[in-house]
Design a binder for this molecule. Structure first.
Ligand code: FMN
Length: 387
């Protein structure tokens, strides 16, 4: 099981939908989150892209030196730059970080935003362009190890004699991960990507998506790995966790929710449509309305675009829900919680020890042997409570 955390490059707060309790996302703060994730034993961090985000490549580059083992799942959006430049950036990043790059291919689902970036393609054309983009990107990087050039003539993108002199550390290229819920997305995943990601839908829906991508891939003689993107609200008791969930949305007003839902409705993203459909939208809702499957809460999606659900519960329950998803065939979990620094610690400390397949060595102190915890009365290290 690979557990990733998330860098909140579009804002972090104690409460959603308000500037109350918000904090600035500066380099020092991002270094704290990345450093915490690195030290706690998370596999890596996802860094998103879009007009609401700081640029993911600049952010990731700024954090290489502040981390040792942490991997960076950096979003790449076709259409914003040429695949040859994206391949060069990937190779350089992989070299400078000692092979710690993964790429998240993001086709995009908001026409208005994309037009602002100069991309005037509809949903189907964007997926054609994404397929061409990642084909060129993969070939340039794969051939860089033997110094070969690459020609390609596509409908949207072409290259002649494309060549990369400095190959990436990882062979043939850094892993390509990707999320999207339309048929075109599943087809692209089946054809070209290493791991398919879904936002946190209920297990039965996730199982259907996995089966579809897996079948499409099998027809092409390929296999694909799977991952899920979820928020987590874990506390020592179920009551405290649900109270924390309520608190997270306690400052958002109905008008803000309505405005957010109207914006989501204008997008052509099937993934976003499925997220919005998980709750009745419109206004703030009760726990009963937002708990759309056991311990899966759709409250985040009232105002946040993209990943809109959280696993809510005590550590044992949250670990059990994660294992339930893992049993469907997923082994990559990209998690987050508000605020991202404190919740990175809380999740690691409360839940990592309960996950059966999570390697424990780094969490248990890395090279330090312990004991850990505040010493009792200058006498002894604290002992475990009898449970
Ligand atoms: N879209 C973005 O605009 N920026 C992102 O950083 C981003 N990250 C994503 C991460 C995950 C795990 C998933 C599942 C999706 C993400 N998306 C992001 C959205 C998809 O890349 C895709 O553009 C969108 O779902 C539209 O495709 P669809 O209609 O096939 O669902």
């Amino acid at each position: 099981m690979q557990i990733f955390w998330f860098l909140p490059t579009h804002g972090d707060s104690r409460y959603l939908g308000t500037s109350e309790g918000a904090r600035p996302i500066d380099l020092a703060y991002l270094q704290q989150i990345a450093g915490a994730a690195d030290q706690l034993g998370y596999e890596g961090v996802l860094i998103p892209t879009g007009r609401s985000c700081e640029d993911p490549w600049v952010i990731a580059s700024s954090l290489i030196g502040a981390t040792k083992n942490l991997k960076f799942l950096v979003a790449v959006r076709p259409g914003l730059h040429q695949p040859s430049l994206a391949a060069r950036m990937a190779a350089t990043f992989d070299r400078l970080s000692g092979g710690r790059l993964l790429v998240n291919l993001v086709t995009g689902g908001d026409q208005a935003e994309l037009e602002g970036d100069g991309v005037y393609l509809d949903h189907a054309q964007r997926y054609e362009q994404s397929a061409e983009f990642i084909r060129i990107w993969r070939e340039i990087l794969a051939r860089s190890h033997s110094g070969q050039a690459f020609d390609y003539e596509g409908r949207h993108l072409s290259v002649k004699g494309a060549k990369l002199l400095y190959p990436p550390v990882q062979e043939p290229y850094p892993p390509v991960w990707f999320g999207g819920s339309s048929a075109a997305a599943h087809e692209l995943a089946a054809e070209q990507v290493d791991a398919y990601l879904t936002w946190g839908e209920p297990p039965a829906e996730v199982a259907r998506k996995i089966a579809d991508v897996r079948n499409r891939a099998a027809r092409k003689g390929r296999t694909v790995e799977f991952g899920i993107r979820l928020h987590v609200i874990v506390r020592e008791t179920e009551d405290a966790a649900w109270k924390a969930a309520e608190e997270l949305i306690s400052r958002v007003d109905d008008e803000t929710v309505i405005r957010a839902q109207a914006a989501f409705a204008r997008m052509d993203s099937e993934g976003q449509r499925r997220m919005a459909a998980l709750h009745a939208g419109g206004a703030r809702r009760s726990r009963a309305e937002l708990e759309i499957s056991p311990n899966l809460w759709a409250g985040v999606g009232l105002v946040r675009g993209g990943a809109g659900t959280a696993l809510v519960g005590d550590p044992k329950t949250v670990a059990a829900r994660i294992e339930e998803y893992a049993a469907l065939g997923l082994d990559k979990f990209i998690l987050s919680g508000y605020p991202h620094l404190e919740e990175a610690y809380r999740f690691a400390e409360l839940v990592f020890p309960l996950l059966s397949r999570k390697a424990q060595s780094r969490l248990a102190g890395g090279s330090l042997s312990g004991p850990f915890g505040e010493v009792v009365a200058n006498l002894d290290a604290p002992s475990r409570l009898a449970s």
